[in-house]
Write a protein that binds this ligand. Sequence first.
Ligand code: SF4
Length: 233
Amino acid sequence: MSTLTRKMIEIPINEIKGIDRMFERQAEVDLENMPKKYASLVQKTREIAFSNFRIKGVFASNMLVECRQNENEVLLENEIKIYSKMMPILFEKSTEVVFYAITVLGYLEEEKKEKNFMEQFFLDAWATSFAETASSWLRKHISDMVAEDGWYSTSAWSPGQHGFSLENQKSLFQVLKPEEIGLTLSDTLMMHPHKSVSGVFGIGREKDERKIIPCDYCDLRESCPSAYQADDE
Ligand code: SF4
């Protein structure tokens, strides 16, 4: 039986670290030195976000049956498959795969209200910041929880990143059934609401000293505001 049975969680926004810093990266602003004409809008949208957004998450682990590096696939219990060039490498020392997803609720309702362009822009940046930092919070929450029982975690990857196609959202949704937290998948494999993050990471008893991080393989790394930074940990 796998270590983590499926669990839904309301993510405590006051425990999430780095929302403001992520907002600065997303909106390309310095909160300490904002031009006056934007400062009040940033503050207003921040208050809207912190008062009205809620974040829900869901996670579960599945036993790893076999990493088939030559076939670019990983076989899990219940005949769940991950199709990927990278995942058989990432999971080399793992014995289970953790699936997780988070979604920011309340943003779509705010997005529909009449706002000027900059207000909409800042609100969008807050929602993205909530999604990115909440997914890091959930990954750490799960890793810390299993670490108490002597499990190590790999880095996390999301469908659509290098060598891990979007097609894998299907397996992820099959395992997580995130519809129950209001998160659905379209025919084109897009998540709705769109301020959502899904991903996988491996866990195992043997520590893996390698750091296999998706941003290190990504052409967008130089310009991407969500790119991994060492001080994010
Ligand atoms: S650099 Fe940005 S787009 Fe590329 S993998 Fe990292 S977070 Fe994703």
